[in-house]
Unconditional design. Structure first.
Length: 481
């Protein structure tokens, strides 16, 4: 028989202490860090949901692989184990190791980008968009219709809007669009999956116009499991086969192996195109390292090779998806609006709806993240205007379409009681949500402001501030295109 209780498909073999602090300590830490949780020391965080990237717990097999890692500069045995694991999964002949996903992004976009070029996607995440823009190209998103209706459930809200994509291609010209990136799962919009049908439809459009389609596949296994659960015709298909079908539809892939390969560091760029691969390897040697290590230690290559096999264990994926849903269901019972249904790697709280008294220019999601840390020592990250705000050509400020607090759950790290604690803290916050103040910027860089921005709670009469009194240079944040 099938039991109702889904248990962790592992047992704990090693532990580390959590960072207990008092509310008074946390208030002081927030002030010292200028209300940016990236600046908080990890030992001062009780439950860390800032990211699921590189924060997972490795298995005994992975730790064993680390001990036998080959650290040779060239031709290391560990590289060939890494290469074989990726080839077996993806079918791509050209496999290039990198130190993490954004290195793969930087290499590929610097090769094919440039002014007047456009990279199209179901949704670019922050570093992906930044690397596109650093090349001189423009990142353009075509999320599925209804993807921004966070209250309305849907099985594949990470999909590409096919009609909008083709219309854009006709207007801009296929020669000006070097790549289409399908992010699986769709991180920016709640960790929502992409259906196999949508991948096939996107591939058909790309092939029609001669545009290469790549997967941003950091969470490919979670996406594949959602296809098994939700898409007609796949419920009896092994997840590994579903993942292989996903890769077969694309011309290549970029991966941060810090997610669905359980590794603490690493990634890869893989493809069919031998000409692109040759150029990429030249850039790799210049910026990352030799072709057979790419900025990684041999032990990291071994851990990734093992992790890519382990992540396709369906018992693990069942536990992973169900435990994320457990947090989402707990928050919804409290009346807290989230992106529904809960995604694969985290729960996204709709801060804009939860706290309408805070205007977008005062960063509701980031303000909620600060409040959550203050009350419970829990660290999340705002995905909203601080991350994606822009100015138009006239200089008018354009807030992001969403204000989401992402609670990204590290793999194989926290237990159900940890998640129950998170839900309990939110129960306290929601009763006092009107006391949460918005934030204003004191200082921020031109790009990727959310990582290093300095902020403070808004003072009376400054609720419409974007820059704040302390801005050192108003042109740094949200520059004109």
């Amino acid at each position: 028989m099938e039991w109702k209780t889904i248990i962790e498909p592992f047992r704990i073999k090693s532990v580390e202490p959590l960072g207990f602090t008092t509310r008074q300590e946390r208030l002081k830490l927030l002030e010292q860090s200028h209300y940016n949780l990236f600046n908080i020391r990890a030992e001062k965080v009780l439950i860390d949901l800032l990211t699921d990237s590189g924060t997972g717990a490795m298995s005994a097999a992975q730790w064993g692989g680390i001990m036998i890692g080959d650290e040779s500069y060239a031709g290391a045995r560990s590289y060939y184990n890494f290469e074989n694991s990726i080839k077996d999964l993806t079918g791509y002949e050209e496999v290039i190791p990198v130190h993490q996903g954004r290195a793969a992004e930087h290499i590929i976009f610097s090769m094919i980008g440039g002014h007047g070029k456009y990279m199209v996607s179901n949704s670019h995440f922050d570093t992906t968009r930044a690397n596109v823009e650093a090349s001189g190209a423009e990142a353009v998103d075509f999320p599925a219709k209804g993807a921004l209706d966070f209250d309305k459930p849907g099985p594949f809200k990470g999909n590409m809007d096919i009609e909008a994509l083709e219309k854009f291609i006709k207007v801009k010209g296929a020669k000006n669009i070097p790549m289409c990136v399908m992010t699986v799962t769709n991180n920016s919009l709640g960790g929502q999956p992409v259906s196999m049908e949508n991948l096939k439809s996107t591939q058909n459009i790309c092939r029609k116009y001669g545009i290469p389609m790549f997967l941003d596949c950091a969470r490919f296994a979670e996406n594949a499991y959602f296809i098994k659960l939700r898409e007609k015709g796949y419920n009896q298909t092994p997840v590994r086969e579903i993942a292989q079908q996903m890769f077969e539809l694309a011309d290549g892939a970029m991966m941060s192996s810090k997610k669905d390969a359980f590794a603490n560091m690493g990634g890869f760029l893989a493809m069919h195109n031998t000409e692109w691969a040759a150029k990429a390897r030249q850039l790799l040697i210049l910026t990352e390292g030799f072709n057979t290590y790419g900025g990684l230690a041999g032990r990291d290559l071994e851990a990734i090779a093992i992790g890519l096999r382990e992540v396709l264990d369906e018992n693990y994926l069942q536990y992973r998806i169900r435990s994320t849903a457990y947090m989402g269901e707990g928050l919804m019972r409290l009346g807290i609006p989230i992106v529904t249904p809960p995604g694969g790697h985290g729960v996204y709280v709709n801060a804009k709806k939860l706290m309408p008294h805070i205007k977008p220019q005062n960063f509701p999601a980031t303000a909620l993240a600060a409040a959550l840390y203050l009350e419970g020592g829990i660290r999340g990250v705002g995905i909203g205007t601080l991350m994606f705000g822009r100015r138009n050509a006239k200089g008018d400020f354009l807030p992001a379409d969403m204000e989401l607090l992402r609670l990204a759950i590290p793999r194989r790290v926290y237990t159900q009681s940890h998640i129950d604690y998170v839900i309990e803290v939110f129960g306290h916050l929601v009763k006092n949500k009107k006391a949460i103040k918005g934030l204003e910027i004191l200082e921020a860089p031109k790009a990727l402001a959310h990582f290093t921005a300095k902020l403070r709670p808004i003072s009376k009469g400054r609720e419409d501030s974007v820059e704040g009194k302390g801005r050192r240079n108003k042109e740094l944040l949200y520059p004109k295109p």
